[in-house]
Ligand binder design. Structure first.
Ligand code: FCB
Length: 443
């Protein structure tokens, strides 16, 4: 398929996962820095303290991004790097780092797509209640306004939150992610405050004259019942409500789904008058992170592994047709604004061969299949604006530590050497073919 000439092709990362320099140049502590201190939280006992040392290798990494031929880079700003305590003084050195980043992208002709909250809340705000506290919403709006002021002229888009479901549920319900809380009512209050802060930030940014596209990134997946039993179907419907309809319904002006509110009972969030109107403030674009489907059973465990499809190293099923299905459903049910796949990719057990190559044919195949699934949805009218690979390079994969490698570029953590995997070479060639097709068209 020939994609539109202005289709956005990118690679994605996030601050905590690549930057390192966790205690340098005035950066404050994030909830992930704190979470990693507790033995057992991170599979390999590691932390993001050094990660890919991107903070010190910015120019080299910008050249690496440019060498792939992408026209876009998705990254996140570390809130505690630019405002260490979440309120109070701003950190000039931190702001300067992101200024160099967006200038470096601009100089290379690469669009900058920034995310404000990719999970790394300043620990100082967590100490005051974190996302459960309504005051955090106001701190987030100040942070958004500050970043728009310092970076806005060089941004192609600004995303408020990455994957609010993950922050709410994995961070505050199952507690396997920072801040490691296990309390359903807290999780749902967090989900509400994330959405509220998103809507308030959009309004404040626009009121200040910020005119770049604004949006949010959701992790979405088709959920399927493990068996046709009534219990499994009912459970699947609730989990779909918590994962997808909770966010989509609220953002698209329908309020929270009543079946989910009923299911939550006492655990439903406190919503103040006017909140829902703020949350439905129109977005300019939607970002979707897609990795897999989930098979749901009423019994434990919730996310059953079926043996039908091959698994990645995360033990996530490779299920590309789910992407087409998901996009068609979303467009049918909500009428999508311009939509990006802001993350898609796979962890595979890569090996750096003696000849310096990483023969990750499985990852190339994964990417090919998902891009084909995306093209299929576009042919059926879904307004897709771009696709970004997760991830530019191997990095700190949260509770899995460094053991799971998602990069199309291999990172040797001892030497910090970067090596293009075969999938990166394929990606570069694919992008070159796309742009050749367009220049032929023009010529
Ligand atoms: C997503 C996260 C991203 C990365 C991928 C594998 O949930 O947004 O940071 O860890 O999963």
């Amino acid at each position: 398929m020939v994609f539109p000439a202005d289709f956005v092709w990118g690679v994605a990362t996030s601050a905590t996962q690549i930057e390192g320099a966790a205690a340098l140049d005035g950066r404050g502590e994030s909830i992930w820095d704190r979470f990693c201190l507790t033995p057992g939280h991170i599979a390999d006992g590691s932390s993001p303290r050094t990660a890919c040392d991107h903070y010190h290798r910015l120019e080299e990494d910008l050249d690496l991004i440019a060498s792939l031929g992408v026209n876009a880079y998705r990254f996140s700003v570390s809130w505690p790097r630019v405002r260490p305590a979440g309120d109070g003084p701003w950190n000039e050195a931190g702001i300067a780092f992101y200024r160099r980043l967006v200038e470096g992208l601009h100089a290379r002709g690469i669009q900058a797509h920034a995310t404000l909250n990719h999970w790394d809340l300043p620990q100082a705000l967590q100490d005051q209640g974190g996302w459960e506290a309504r005051e955090t919403v106001d701190r987030f709006v100040e942070y958004a306004l500050g970043m728009a002021q310092h970076l806005g002229d060089r941004l192609s888009s600004l995303t408020t939150h990455n994957e609010p479901w993950v922050i709410a549920m994995l961070g505050h319900d199952s507690g396997i992610f920072a801040p490691g809380i296990r309390h359903r009512a807290t999780a749902m209050q967090v989900a509400h405050h994330l959405l509220l802060s998103h809507g308030l930030a959009l309004r404040a940014l626009r009121a200040q004259g910020f005119s770049k596209p604004l949006g949010i990134v959701l992790n979405l997946a088709p959920l399927m019942p493990a068996t046709p039993s009534e219990q499994d179907i009912a459970k699947t419907r609730i989990e779909d409500g918590l994962l997808l309809r909770w966010y989509m319904d609220a953002l698209f002006g329908r309020g929270y789904p009543t079946d989910v509110l009923q299911h939550l009972g006492e655990d439903a969030p406190r919503v103040q008058p006017g909140d829902m109107a703020v949350i439905e403030t129109p977005i300019d674009f939607l970002g979707i992170n897609y990795y897999s489907r989930s098979v749901v059973s009423a019994g434990e465990p919730f996310d059953v592994k079926s043996s039908e499809w091959p698994l990645t190293d995360m033990e996530w099923e490779i299920f590309p047709q789910g992407l087409t299905e998901l996009l068609l459903r979303l467009h049918r049910d909500y009428t999508l604004p311009p939509t990006y796949i802001t993350e898609n990719g796979g962890a595979f057990p890569d090996r750096l061969d003696a000849d310096g190559r990483v023969r990750d044919a499985d990852r190339t195949e994964y990417l090919k299949q998902h891009i084909a699934a995306l093209a299929m949805a576009m042919r059926q009218g879904v307004p897709m604006a771009g696709y970004m690979v997760w991830s530019l390079m191997d990095n700190f994969e949260w509770a899995s530590g460094y053991a799971k490698r998602f990069g199309i570029v291999h990172v040797d953590y001892a030497s910090q050497a970067r090596t293009l995997k075969d999938s990166a070479l394929w990606w570069r060639d694919m992008l070159a073919r796309q742009s050749a097709l367009h220049s032929q068209g023009r010529g």
